[in-house]
Design a protein around this ligand. Structure first.
Ligand code: SF4
Ligand code: SF4
Length: 368
């Protein structure tokens, strides 16, 4: 079932992060997209969401304003899109989140975010020298300073963002985490680098067999040692919940059904955005909100239907793995190869095994 619609209100970005799955991996279809969403596509998307929600009693959908960089639409348009979404969707709207790189958060923009009641997802990869090595402008200048100013402005307005940090296998996770805590961040999600089997070695050649675990394990230890219930760090909190028999909430582990769809600026309904690291055009469907409602996904795009409603079976290796219940084969793009599609373990399999083993021994939970 769809619980979230990730809506690209801008298809371009003021940054050019080296690892960006949208601009710097296998897919260049963003070039064909209108720079900004039109009123027609936006309103039609709201109608399609409303139509979907009405099929069930009290079903709600969360809206994420995404890009590229969504603040490129400007404060006025952001205000009007937000109020339009609240007006049209009413009680069918669970929340609106703005996913931003934080570098364009002027006082006016922050005032709009506050007035519109937007949640904020904020990308930050660590202290200046780590962040600036990868999160750069088109002129190859670091974006840390602009992002930190944005963070300060948000906080002045009483808005605390949820921070997303992409694991950089070549830096110290400890240093990144220490920095995050030193600037008072309490809601942090570490994302595994997006890459498929075909391109892992060209993107992440490493002397270590487990560079991602090498980064994450010290972060986990610091978080555990601090033992502060107000500091939430994903995926650790979700993995511990799964180890204790609960359900993790994210889609990185556990092989859950996807609960969201993407809508591009031209209205195309697409599959999981990060699949763009796998091959060109992989996220494409023939569906568009200008012509279709979400119930047509089943007939017109088997892959997207499978992601949302059926799920992908695990490969033979994962089926036999003792971490199957927690790991679930890893995040879909990380399972992909051109030869075998999703029928592989995660590219980060060794890292996941080591991390889970370490976490279990640190919190004293036995493998099942
Ligand atoms: S800010 Fe996000 S969308 Fe923009 S280049 Fe960086 S990763 Fe890509
Ligand atoms: S740890 Fe590796 S083999 Fe086990 S389920 Fe995860 S990806 Fe598959």
């Amino acid at each position: 079932m769809i619980h979230q619609v990730i809506l690209k209100i801008a298809s371009r970005c003021n940054l050019n992060c080296s690892y960006c799955y949208l601009y710097n991996h296998q897919d260049s279809s963003w070039k064909e997209q209108p720079k900004f969403i039109s009123d027609e596509v936006f309103d039609r998307t709201l109608y399609v969401i409303l139509d979907y929600c009405k099929r069930w009693t009290s079903h709600q959908v969360a809206l994420v304003f995404h890009g590229g960089e969504p603040t490129l639409v400007g404060p006025e348009r952001l205000a009007s899109l937000s109020s339009r979404a609240r007006l049209v969707l009413g009680s069918s709207l669970a929340s609106i989140t703005l996913q931003t790189n934080g570098t364009r958060l002027s006082e006016e923009m922050v005032a709009v975010i506050g007035q519109a009641g937007l949640n904020v997802g904020f990308s930050l990869d660590g202290p200046a020298h780590i962040h600036d090595a990868v999160r750069v402008t088109h002129a190859n200048r670091g974006s840390y300073s602009a992002a930190i100013h944005g963070l300060e402005r948000l906080r002045k307005a009483g808005i605390e963002p949820a921070v997303l940090c992409v694991v950089n296998p070549y830096v110290s996770g400890s240093e990144v985490y220490r920095h995050f805590r030193s600037i008072g961040l309490t809601n942090i999600t570490f994302l595994l680098p997006d890459v498929s089997h075909d391109y892992k070695l060209s993107w992440y050649p490493s002397e270590s067999r487990t560079p991602v675990a090498d980064y994450l394990i010290p972060v986990f230890d610091s978080w555990l040692c601090e033992d502060n219930p107000d500091v939430v760090v994903r995926p650790f909190s979700e993995l511990i919940a799964s180890m204790m028999g609960g359900n993790g909430e994210g889609d990185i582990f556990g092989n859950p059904l996807q609960t969201y769809v993407m809508v591009e600026t031209d209205g195309s309904i697409e599959a999981l955005d990060t699949l763009r690291v796998c091959s060109s055009g992989i996220t494409k469907t023939t569906l568009n909100v200008l012509e279709h409602t979400f119930d047509k996904i089943k007939d017109l795009n088997p892959m997207l239907h499978r992601m949302i409603n059926v799920g992908f079976p695990l490969c033979v290796t994962c089926e036999k793995c003792h971490e199957r219940a927690i790991c679930g084969g890893g995040y879909l793009p990380h399972r992909y190869s051109l030869a075998q599609e999703f029928d592989n373990p995660s590219v980060w399999c060794d890292d996941i095994k080591l991390l889970l083993e370490h976490m279990r021994s640190a919190i004293g939970v036995m493998a099942t």
